[in-house]
Design a protein around this ligand. Structure first.
Ligand SMILES: [Zn+2]
Length: 282
């Protein structure tokens, strides 16, 4: 058996959540006390990963005063959390160009902190991933410095039902410019554009050599309907659950549902293990 990576879980400083956004997530989850415990105690979360048969997890955090309430403090918080076991816990941080005076210096600082990847959430941060070409020139330095540090950038694609989310920014095609302007940058299109723009995500992953996508928050029963040709891009797909997001109450159950799908075993191994091991060497 090979070691499995769940590249997309939300371990975050819950006290920063805007009350309205927190309420929305809490309402969708039957065991919120467990979520709180795992967000406070890395040791408890690692045991949960052990029980699910998951070796490593990507801890996705991003700055979003507009929608969720998270500030730049999430970066130091997740770096500290992941330091409990840096091999197994892969910290994702965030540089929000509208909240950061020097985006290049902040990206360098995060790399030095041990943060392994960045998250951009266009619909929760209210800018398009290619906004460096127009109204947010300082976003360019984030991508340049991330490429220099070999930090992958995960970009949320697909709809969000959080109040104040601006979904037009979450269209995968808005990330096409990154493949043109930053060919060395590893880009992970989170959620493959579900449930509206799967064709765009599939196109971009095939077009750009350093583009990947994750399958988090896509219900397993929908995966092959959304991506009938997933085996063709098996080298560029990463398993993720989006735990504890809407409808994803148990990370282990999400893994088992994926495993039960009629996908060829070598492709499953790439998606569950090999691709993440390549992008995040131990
Ligand atoms: Zn997510």
């Amino acid at each position: 058996m090979y070691p499995i990576t769940d590249i997309h879980v939300h371990i975050q400083p819950l006290r920063q959540f805007h009350s309205q956004a927190a309420e929305q997530v809490r309402r969708g989850h039957p065991n919120w006390a467990q979520v709180e415990e795992f967000c406070e105690k890395p040791s408890a979360f690692l045991k949960y990963l052990d029980a699910a048969g998951v070796d490593r997890a990507g801890l996705v955090n991003y700055v979003s005063p507009e929608v969720t309430g998270f500030t730049a403090e999430v970066n130091d918080w997740v770096a500290q959390y992941a330091s409990a076991d840096p091999r197994r816990l892969i910290a994702f941080g965030s540089v929000h160009p509208r909240c950061t005076p020097d985006t290049a210096a902040e990206t360098d600082r995060l790399a030095a902190l041990g943060i392994r990847a960045l998250k951009i959430h266009p619909s929760h941060q209210w800018f398009a991933p290619n906004a460096y070409r127009e109204e947010l020139p300082s976003l360019r330095a984030v991508y340049e410095r991330a490429a220099a540090h070999r930090m992958p950038v995960m970009i949320h694609t697909g709809t969000s039902v959080f109040r104040n989310a601006r979904n037009l920014y979450a269209q995968p095609l808005l990330a096409d410019d990154l493949g043109v302007d930053f060919p060395e940058l590893v880009v992970i299109l989170a959620h493959g554009g579900r449930p509206l723009w799967m064709n765009e995500a599939f196109f971009l992953v095939r077009r750009h050599p350093n583009f990947y996508m994750d399958i988090s928050s896509i219900p397993a029963r929908r995966l092959l309907e959304y991506f009938p040709r997933i085996e063709e891009i098996a080298d560029k797909v990463l398993f993720g659950t989006d735990w504890p997001g809407f409808g994803m109450n148990d990370l282990g159950a999400g893994l088992e549902a994926f495993r039960a799908l009629p996908i060829a075993e070598p492709a499953k191994c790439k998606i569950l293990s090999e691709n993440a091991a390549r992008l995040f060497p131990q």
